[in-house]
Ligand binder design. Structure first.
Ligand SMILES: [Zn+2]
Ligand SMILES: [Zn+2]
Length: 955
């Protein structure tokens, strides 16, 4: 018996209204700090279970929740809730990213509406303005997450510009600089003239563009420096860059140009003599085989210029206007200059031709401006030693990718990686901790802001104006969120407990931006954090391992697993885009159907490597599913209350555990408990395999099919409170109160476990109903803090599953015969059953179920169905329904003829497959077995249908 014997009143509103319950519980979870995972106490090293740590990919502080977030967060929340309920010390850590370019652009736009620019404000005031913006609007996306019930630890929420995280950025920069892994150099970068900053290769998006190839004739100079009358023709897609040409390159073995070796050319428009250089990189087949060389404006030319010790002439300013080096064109925008250059060349008779040409033009991912390759002074991370570790970490199996094809993508990228340009010409971000000396021109990089040059002592030093690439700070998150480099005793316990994190769930689009950088930086810096001695007492003063060693690679990785989720597309499998106008706003859908239904939709379609075609019709269906569960709860509670009125109480002590039933319990009880165990086993396995879709459909089938459609209908027969004993169909006494109590207890018990199974998927609905089950006297503050159901093998009652399967087929058969023959809804019909072997007993023992569910009167077991009845055949039984209306022989003949044709077709196809040796050789044994069984059953059905046809009266 439970702690209290009084009934459990459960005042659920009649209608399921997701908005009301979701708002309530979302607030409750945050307010009660239910998912907080505080720093473990020193003596708590193994308490609280094995950690399950997961970082939220920090959304941009400027962000608004989109369907991709919703999928990502649904998957993370399901896994985190599941792991937490499975006894792990679960920590899901949230935060936002300062998102350099995006945020700066946002605030610049806001300033523009006031008629101001950031330059007018000045750096300091502008940065203050951004902070102000962030205080006002920066939490929006996390507020959305709170409403959606993400079970994150809000007490640990971070912002990438927070003091602690900024300290990590500074330490990482200084350390890499000291290790000579950061350098400053002239380099061709992708320059965005709008954002006025260098952007990484990954931030450039390429579009096919129909442009032109201009062929320009460069006059060949004689030894006297005068035009010889001969020309060398080059082709270019960007003619304005010729203003910065310093040479023309040809292949040394190009026979057409052997006589030009050692000659010079006159650069048209600039009247500059430039050399012809020989380089094997030049393709003789492409164009004319002569290539203009503009080292300041093209990465290949830059490399070529380095090989031949050529000057670089930068002809453009930050805004892509021609500068003084461009002579007469100075001050013109790049495209204005292009027109002018082409016109002038034509006027001088130096334009050999214009051809249509399609090429890939790079655009800034943020503002879509055409990117200009441009020489500039930037900061770089020398990536090689970091990449080596990051490759080893994956190759040695310390990090596992799902789907596993991403391992190859990752390795391929890492093996071809270039140095990482980490400087950005922005004001919003982590300013590079380097000071340039006006006296000795050297650079001082320091952990504390210096007052004098470290090289000459001069005090005329100025800080670098560039900030760091945003991904530099987000790449450090797995170490910085646990306090690195400031490893106080408390931070050390956090680090020791939660690092490496368990799992990263993210999209393919940031595999290189973020995932790869975290692996590189994590392995590099965490490797220096010694694994703590087992006593976990960081004040011991001996932070090294007992043998003095540092952390091994396997424990330096930022996460043990990476799950790459798919894309959410629209219902027609089109990518969502603003231009196409097919973007689905998750908040709108949530308003309409409730968070639980949207989450369930995403989960039911999510499996590794498969894109999701989001269809609102399915969400509507899952809202109906939630509604069905709601109604089931109301039905159960109503019966609990009715029982209480006659003094029958539910055994409360039985709640909360996996139900076990006695061997002599009614079939439906044994069956539903066996089903529940099987469902729990399958769901746990599916979640371990990231098969969210299988897990969701397993629960769905259990709850809707087994529980609501069958079990509830049958259990109604046992819930007898003495009121209508006399009305029982056969006049038999169905239940002693003892049995009623047992039935009621099993019912509530199974429902409670099913709620826990469903909880990670539909956290709101299950929280509401679970509290109602316990009528406020819950064993925990939340269903999310209870245990996830685990199957016990001993409860996989095969006999119950088989017998119930038979009963279900029989009832389905009766219903289908009644429907096909137009038997009135209310009519009670007698039946005859001819069943295989032991099933006759099942019929005998469960007659009441057959009667009630099939609207059956007398049940007769026979060895041959009498003539003249409505017939139904099944591999396990023959059924005859007694119905007084004369059988429509013609219709019956037509139906049977159709069935026969169907069975014959099925047989042909099965025989064909089973006769195919190639198939038999390759197919797994259970598939072949299944096919054989199916073939035998079809053959039997065919025989039975033929016999039934023969037995019809001949006309
Ligand atoms: Zn831009
Ligand atoms: Zn100096």
């Amino acid at each position: 018996m439970g702690a209290r014997d009084d009934p459990m009143p459960h005042d659920l509103p009649k209608a399921y209204d997701p908005t009301a319950i979701e708002d309530h519980w979302a607030e409750y979870w945050v307010k009660e700090e239910l998912f907080a995972q505080p720093t473990p106490a020193p003596d708590e090293k193994n308490a609280g279970g094995e950690p399950f740590t997961i970082l939220l990919p920090p959304p941009n502080v400027t962000g608004r929740l989109h369907m991709g977030h919703m999928l990502n967060q649904t998957e993370m929340d399901i896994l985190t809730r599941w792991r937490r309920m499975s006894g792990r010390r679960a920590l899901w850590l949230p935060g936002t990213d300062h998102a350099g370019i995006a945020t700066q652009m946002m605030v610049e736009r806001q300033l523009a509406t006031e008629g101001k620019t950031r330059q007018q404000l000045g750096r300091e005031a502008f940065v203050e303005r951004v902070w102000e913006w962030r205080r006002h609007y920066g939490g929006a996306i996390l507020d959305q997450m709170k409403r959606l019930g993400a079970s994150v630890d809000w007490q640990r929420e971070y912002f990438t510009m927070d003091e602690g995280l900024s300290a990590a950025v500074r330490e990482a920069f200084v350390k890499l600089y000291e290790q000579e892994l950061i350098y400053r150099g002239a380099y061709i970068v992708n320059w965005c003239p709008r954002c006025q900053t260098a952007i990484s290769d990954l931030e450039v998006v390429y579009d096919e563009h129909k442009g032109h190839l201009w062929e320009i004739r460069y006059p060949v100079l004689g030894d006297d420096g005068k035009d010889t009358g001969e020309f060398l023709t080059v082709a270019t897609t960007r003619p304005e860059t010729m203003l910065g040409d310093v040479a023309v390159a040809i292949h040394p073995e190009d026979e057409r140009y052997l006589h030009l070796h050692g000659k010079k050319l006159r650069l048209p428009l600039m009247d500059r003599a430039i050399p012809i250089v020989l380089d094997e990189w030049v393709s003789r087949e492409f164009g004319t085989g002569a290539v203009k060389v503009t080292p300041a404006h093209d990465p290949n030319d830059f490399a070529l210029g380095q090989r031949h010790h050529l000057l670089s002439i930068n002809i453009m300013d930050d805004t892509a206007h021609i500068n003084e080096a461009g002579g007469a064109y100075a001050g013109m925008d790049r495209y204005v200059a292009r027109k002018a250059v082409v016109a002038d060349l034509e006027a001088q008779g130096l334009l050999a031709g214009i051809k249509d040409h399609t090429n890939n033009v790079g655009h800034c991912d943020r503002c879509k401006t055409v990117v200009e390759p441009r020489l500039s002074l930037q900061w770089f991370v020398k990536i090689q030693p970091l990449a080596v570790k990051a490759i080893a970490a994956v190759k040695q199996g310390h990090i596992k990718f799902t789907p596993d094809m991403y391992e190859k993508t990752y390795l391929n990228w890492m093996e071809n990686i270039h140095d990482w340009c980490i400087s950005r010409q922005l004001w919003w971000g982590h300013r590079i901790p380097a000071w340039h000396c006006a006296a000795c021109h050297k650079t001082t990089v320091a952990r504390e802001d210096p007052t004098a040059c470290a090289h000459c002592g001069s005090e005329t030093i100025t800080q670098e104006t560039d900030v760091l690439d945003t991904w530099f700070s987000s790449g450090l998150l797995p170490v910085s969120v646990f306090g690195w480099p400031n490893l106080t005793p408390e931070n050390r316990r956090d680090f020791d407990t939660f690092y490496p994190t368990s799992l990263l769930v993210t999209g393919f689009d940031i595999l290189f931006f973020w995932v790869a950088r975290m692996i590189m930086l994590g392995c590099w810096f965490a490797g220096d954090v010694p694994l703590h001695p087992n006593d976990m007492d960081p004040s011991s003063g001996t932070p090294e391992m007992p043998d003095g060693s540092k952390r091994e690679l396997k424990d330096s990785v930022p996460f043990r697993e990476v799950y790459i989720h798919a894309l959410v597309r629209d219902a027609n499998r089109e990518k969502m885009s603003k231009t196409k106008g097919n973007v689905i706003d998750p908040i709108e859908i949530v308003k309409q159907y409730g968070t639980d239904a949207v989450r369930f939709t995403l989960a039911s379609m999510a499996s590794p490597g498969t894109d999701i075609a989001f269809n609102v019709a399915r969400t509507e269906g899952y809202r109906a599913f939630a509604n069905k569960i709601w109604n089931a709860a109301r039905f159960i509670f109503m019966n609990v209350d009715r029982a209480a009125e006659v003094g029958i109480t539910v055994d409360r002590a039985a709640l909360g555990a996996m139900p076990v039933v006695a061997a002599d319990a009614p079939l439906e009880a044994r069956w539903i408990v066996a089903e529940l165990h099987a469902t729990a086993a399958k769901v746990n396995q599916s979640l371990a395999d990231y098969r969210f879709d299988d897990a969701a459909s397993t629960i769905y089938q259990f709850f809707w099919g087994s529980f609501c459609d069958w079990y509830l209908e049958i259990v109604k027969l046992r819930l007898d409170f003495g009121e209508d004993l006399l009305n029982a169909p056969t006049g038999e006494l169905l239940g002693e109160f003892k049995e009623t109590r047992a039935a009621l207890t099993t019912l509530v018990q199974v429902f409670e476990v099913a709620l826990r199974l469903l909880s990670p998927f539909m956290p709101f609905l299950t929280e509401e109903l679970w509290h109602a089950v316990y009528d406020g006297e819950t064993p925990a503050k939340s269903i999310a803090l209870t245990r996830y159901p685990v199957a016990g093998d001993e409860n996989l009652d095969d006999a119950a599953l088989t017998d119930m399967g038979f009963l279900q087929s029989l009832v389905t058969g009766i219903r289908s015969v009644r429907k096909d023959n137009g038997v009135e809804e209310k009519a009670i019909t007698d039946i005859e059953i001819d069943a295989l072997g032991g099933f006759h007993n099942v019929v005998g023992e469960n007659q009441v179920i057959i009667q009630r569910l099939g609207k059956v009167g007398a049940v007769q077991t026979v060895s041959k169905i009498s003539d003249g009845l409505l017939k139904y055949v099944h591999p396990h039984f023959d059924l005859g329904v007694v119905y007084e209306r004369t059988v429509d022989v013609a219709a019956e003949r037509e139906r049977l003829t159709k069935d026969i044709a169907k069975y014959e077709k099925g047989l042909v196809s099965a025989e064909k497959q089973l006769g195919n040796e190639g198939f038999l050789a390759k197919a797994p044994a259970h598939i072949v077995e299944g096919l054989k069984k199916q073939e035998a059953e079809t053959r039997l059905l065919l025989e039975k249908a033929r016999a039934a046809l023969d037995s019809l009266p001949k006309d």
